[in-house]
Design a protein around this ligand. Structure first.
Ligand SMILES: [Zn+2]
Length: 143
């Protein structure tokens, strides 16, 4: 089995953990890193797992949905009134859970079908790791 990693660094966006008892419930930002581990049992004609030059659609997805965005949990009841009143101040992105762990799972669920489609099933994702600034990280791997 072969693996390779693509790393997207210094992506600024905000989030909040609305159920957290501490300061994580306040909207705050980080510079995020997304580390994708691609896996394949065979390489392409160039000997690559993936051609990094052909992953521009993943960077485009990150730019469109996450860069300078504010992430909210689906269950955050305060997001709707906030966005109704001040929506022009936010590039909102709503997902099941915007913790590091939840974002890692979400990125996996979005990106794994894309890379499988691009490579006709030759390549899949085995891990998505997310770093918040330089101190904290979490990862998701399918079972
Ligand atoms: Zn945070």
């Amino acid at each position: 089995m072969f693996t390779c990693k693509k790393i997207y660094r210094d992506i600024p966006f905000a989030h909040r953990q609305h159920l957290h008892a501490g300061h994580c419930s306040l909207i705050h930002g980080h510079n995020w890193t997304i580390i994708l581990t691609f896996t394949s049992s065979e390489t392409d004609a160039n000997g690559f797992v993936v051609d990094f030059g052909e992953l521009k659609y993943l960077k485009a997805w990150i730019d469109e949905h996450l860069d300078h965005a504010c992430l909210f949990n689906e269950s955050d009841s305060e997001k709707d009134p906030l966005l109704q009143q001040y929506g022009s101040l936010f590039k909102a992105y709503v997902l099941p859970n915007c913790s590091c762990e939840g974002l890692a799972q979400h990125i996996y669920e979005v990106f794994d079908p894309l890379i499988r489609a691009q490579t006709a099933g030759r390549v899949w994702i085995t891990e998505v790791e997310i770093e918040e600034d330089s101190k904290n990280s979490a990862a998701y791997s399918p079972k």
